[in-house]
Design a protein around this ligand. Structure first.
Ligand SMILES: Cc1ncc(COP(=O)(O)O)c(C=O)c1O
Length: 392
């Protein structure tokens, strides 16, 4: 069945962070929201129907996760990523960011060092700092127009207090889908230095043609034993408000410590509607997802060509997955404040400032969310072009 991603849906007044928080965050209302990572497409009918079906029973009391919940996750990661996992490796959380925080608390001690690879999703910084751990930055570097790992820098920064790598694959915001050789080298450095990998794979279903997502834990039994992975249907199916994510680890000790921390915080609870939605998503999502990826990829090609033809001073890093574009505005010569003022006041666009993702590595950049009907992306490009023409 063909789904309609062109449909424009008014989300204003629905308590949407992306739409209803514009004024609070950007001090203006009439902006095209291209910031928060959710999509302006309908959450697919099979998820809504899964939730409706649960609502046919009139009681929403305390619940446990049913068998088909676990089966749907096991089948999904096998179908999508050829990853074999068993039920006993699965833990449920209310979100991926909460899972990163729980892993930090469960597996490290105060003042321990945790590696991140900026520019990277800003809650990585927050979950470490707010929990009294130290951030070690191992910035990605650009080689031949592509972001890659800097292994020499990584090795030089590891010491006895370095306990964990908070890893992002596919990478938000640069859009890399890390290749097997890159993953193997990274994983080996972690194994050699007793560094636990916490792998945020929330974007792993959003992979463009010609690329393949490899769960880092699927590379070998040894790497699997050293890894905690997080996934969720939230980005994939535009259902972040369901608050249903999944943590996977084969390491029994990590699982025990993680569950203990959840128990300490009284977080071992079931969200009945989220569970119904997640199960439906992973049971029925393949066809919808294939169409979604095609649509997003077409939006990407449109933005790429539009920029190349009309705004050659804005440099776009080629994404291999996700629906987030990492745009380099540095040739325009703005400071970071001026860049945001240009985007907000001149172009009337709300994009995430690059410096949220890394003070140095994100300077001169902005992140653009292209998961919206094509007409909205076209309008955004036109507004950006008009603003650009006035400056150049
Ligand atoms: C890399 C990454 N991790 C986690 C999240 C959010 O996860 P959650 O809403 O499940 O906490 C996002 C959302 O943008 C993300 O990009």
């Amino acid at each position: 069945m063909p789904y309609n991603f062109d449909k424009i849906i008014n989300r204003i007044g629905t308590n949407s962070v992306k739409h209803d928080m514009l004024e609070k965050k950007f001090r203006k209302k009439d902006l095209i929201p291209l910031w928060v990572a959710d999509m302006d497409f309908e959450t697919p009918d099979f998820i809504i129907n899964g939730i409706k079906k649960r609502l046919e029973h009139p009681i929403l009391g305390y619940s446990v996760k049913p068998d088909d919940y676990f089966e749907s996750i096991i089948s999904w990661v096998k179908r999508r990523h050829n990853w074999n996992i068993s039920r006993k490796t699965i833990i449920s959380t209310t979100g991926v960011v909460p899972a990163l925080a729980i892993a930090t608390l469960a597996l490290t001690n105060e003042n321990d060092k945790i590696i991140i690879q900026p520019p990277v999703y800003f809650p990585f910084f927050e979950t470490i700092e707010q929990n009294g751990r130290q951030i070690v930055e191992n910035p990605l570097k650009v080689e031949n127009g592509t972001y890659v790992f800097d292994f020499e820098d990584l090795k030089s920064k590891i010491d006895k207090d370095t306990k964990l790598l908070m890893f992002c694959n596919p990478h938000n915001p640069v859009g890399r889908v890390w290749r097997e050789n890159e993953l193997r080298e990274l994983a080996q450095i972690c194994l050699d230095n007793d560094i636990i990998i916490v792998s945020d794979e929330i974007h792993s279903d959003l992979i463009f043609k010609g690329n393949k997502h490899i769960p880092i834990a699927s590379l070998s039994p040894e790497i699997s034993q050293n890894t905690i992975t997080t996934i969720a249907p939230s980005k994939t199916f535009n259902a972040a408000g369901m608050l249903s994510s999944v943590v996977i680890t084969e390491n029994k000790e990590y699982k025990k410590q993680f569950m203990q921390k959840m128990s300490d915080l009284h977080l071992i609870v079931d969200n009945v509607l989220g569970t119904a939605g997640l199960t439906a998503a992973y049971q029925h999502g393949d066809q919808w997802l294939a169409q979604l990826i095609d649509y997003i990829e077409q939006n990407y090609v449109y933005v790429r060509d539009y920029l190349a033809n009309n705004m050659p001073k804005i440099n776009l890093f080629k994404p291999e997955g996700t629906y987030l574009l990492w745009l380099d505005f540095s040739e325009l010569g703005f400071s970071d404040d001026e860049l945001q003022a240009f985007l907000i006041n001149d172009a009337k666009l709300a994009m995430n400032p690059g410096i949220w993702f890394g003070k140095e590595s994100g300077s001169g950049f902005a992140r653009m969310n292209i998961a919206a009907p094509k007409a909205i992306i076209e309008k955004a490009m036109l507004q950006l072009h008009n603003a650009y023409k006035n400056r150049h």
